[in-house]
Design a binder for this molecule. Structure first.
Ligand code: AHR
Length: 498
């Protein structure tokens, strides 16, 4: 059995967890909106056409914020097409995903749906085919009480009170050549500055996210971030990161090491934000919004064969397996270990499209990745401790990868310590110890484990409970020392209380 040690000190703090780190994302893409969250002709639909079975699962996930309406989709979107009487809404081509968008679901429906899902809205504006003027209009529509053209239009549409949406993304992946209206860093940086300044004139209380690189390997990574922030540092609060991983060559240990790459990505972007702050003699810290992250590769080949210009096709419908859930657990741990700077993160996406929840006409079910996400979002509340982890490592294409990924969260109010941990070793169990003498009287209340003999095991509609967690983990505190056995390839949640 391998051995590892986690060293904790209750005075060594990384930072408070901002619950928005457990956010997610709904884009007008595939069956995320239509047949996902909205399906008026379904027996599961409520009076507004929202799927109640899906809402129930989303509430289980305890999602604090959902980004909307894209994604690539937003870069060609006219939000006005999706408000007002449904019979008057136009059907249009969505060039991002080569489908037809009938606009039967739009901004107001999303705000209503978010209330039912107990979540906040993170809205993106179109800085691809549109610009500052349009961003001003949609903000006026959403956040101004009344007495102006757009705010009165909202009231005419049946929404007397403003939506008061606080969190706004200034476009999406504007560095990507696939993006409608993609831009150079200078072009985008200037546009983000201008748009941010105008939006703050409409509502000074908004929080704004500027687009970072679409992924770490973009050729412009680094200079993009520095140039964009050079222009818009004064106007924005967060810089975005996006990253997806996949086990394309069937090398599971290497796939599980992807979180090392994510960790370095975050550290690099933090450094760039701080470089720009220093250069400008700035007072403000730019924090990170990791607003797209997940595993995404299973559906790539099938998506190439999709018929174009249809409505709500089965697009990006990755069926996740057990090893994907392990990596999602590790990615959550990685985000948490950067809780001092990562304030927002969105698992992309939420329903049907690279998602923890799937639907059919006859029901909804939880994919494997649902569970680590739910555990983190329901139990990962408090202050992240700055731990030292002594664990054996293995060589990977991301460099040395520790077999143990872990994070410890202290919640003084509830007198709990929560440890999320992944043992990435495919062969051996691991004994993990931790000196807890500073936490006198704490004992193990629960040790949740998720594992499966088959790394490729999946949850499907026919067999939705193939990979599920159980509470039979082995751990105990003796003489002030936690001793836990983490089974080979397992996700673990150890809850300690007084
Ligand atoms: O989440 C799917 C897509 O991935 C988004 O539309 C885009 O922003 C990213 O490339």
């Amino acid at each position: 059995m391998k051995k590892a040690e986690i060293v904790v000190d209750k005075s060594f703090l990384t930072g408070e967890v901002d619950r928005r780190i457990y956010g997610s994302f709904i884009e007008h893409l595939g069956r995320a909106v239509y047949q996902g969250i909205y399906q008026p002709d379904s027996p599961f639909a409520d009076e507004q056409g929202f799927r109640k079975d899906v809402l129930k699962l989303i509430r289980e996930l305890n999602v604090p914020v959902v980004r909307y309406p894209g994604g690539n989709f937003v870069s060609g979107y006219h939000w006005e097409d999706g408000v007002g009487p449904k019979e008057k809404r136009p059907s249009k081509l969505d060039l991002a995903w080569c489908v037809i968008e009938n606009n039967q679901f739009g901004l107001n429906e999303f705000v209503d749906w978010a209330k039912k899902a107990d979540t906040e809205v993170m809205m993106a504006v179109n800085l691809g085919t549109r610009g500052a003027e349009d961003a001003k209009n949609v903000l006026e529509y959403c956040n101004i009480k009344g007495g102006t053209y757009y705010s009165d239009l909202r009231r005419e549409h049946g929404y007397e009170a403003p939506h008061n949406i606080k969190l706004w993304c200034l476009g999406n992946e504007m560095d990507g050549p696939w993006q409608m209206g993609h831009k150079t860093a200078d072009e985008y940086g200037r546009l983000a500055e201008e748009t941010g300044r105008i939006m703050r004139m409409v509502d000074p209380s908004v929080e704004l996210v500027a687009c970072g690189s679409s992924y770490l390997d973009m050729p412009t990574f680094g200079t993009w971030e520095a140039t964009v922030l050079d222009h818009c540092y004064d106007q924005v609060d967060y810089l975005s990161l996006h990253q997806y991983y996949g086990n394309r060559d069937g090398n599971t240990p290497d796939f599980l090491a992807s979180s090392v790459g994510m960790d370095e990505f975050i550290s690099s972007v933090v450094s760039i934000c701080d470089y720009v702050k220093a250069k400008k003699h700035g007072k403000k810290k730019i924090n990170l919004s990791f607003d797209e992250w997940n595993v995404w590769y299973h559906s790539n080949e099938a998506d190439k064969k999709l018929e174009k210009w249809v409505q709500a096709p089965h697009q990006l419908e990755d069926v996740y397996n057990f090893e994907d859930a392990l990596l999602v657990g590790s990615m959550l741990i990685t985000l948490l270990r950067h809780a001092d700077r990562v304030k927002i993160a969105c698992l992309a996406q939420l329903v049907n499209v690279i998602a923890p929840i799937m639907t059919s006409d006859t029901g909804a079910w939880r994919q494997t990745i649902f569970y680590p996400y739910m555990h983190a979002s329901t139990m990962g509340v408090g202050t992240v401790l700055n731990t030292i982890v002594k664990a054996p490592v293995y060589a990977s294409s991301f460099g040395d990868a520790p077999y143990l990924d872990s994070v410890v969260i202290m919640n003084e109010e509830n007198e709990t310590l929560t440890i999320f941990a992944v043992n990435k070793d495919l062969e051996e169990d691991m004994e993990v110890t931790c000196d807890l003498r500073q936490f006198a009287g704490y004992h193990v209340a629960e040790h949740i484990v998720m594992t499966h003999d088959d790394m490729k095991a999946e949850n499907t509609e026919a067999n939705p409970d193939t990979v599920v967690p159980h509470t039979g983990g082995i751990s105990k505190v003796e003489n002030g020392r936690l001793c836990a056995v983490l089974g080979r390839h397992s996700w673990n949640v150890i809850r300690l209380t007084k």
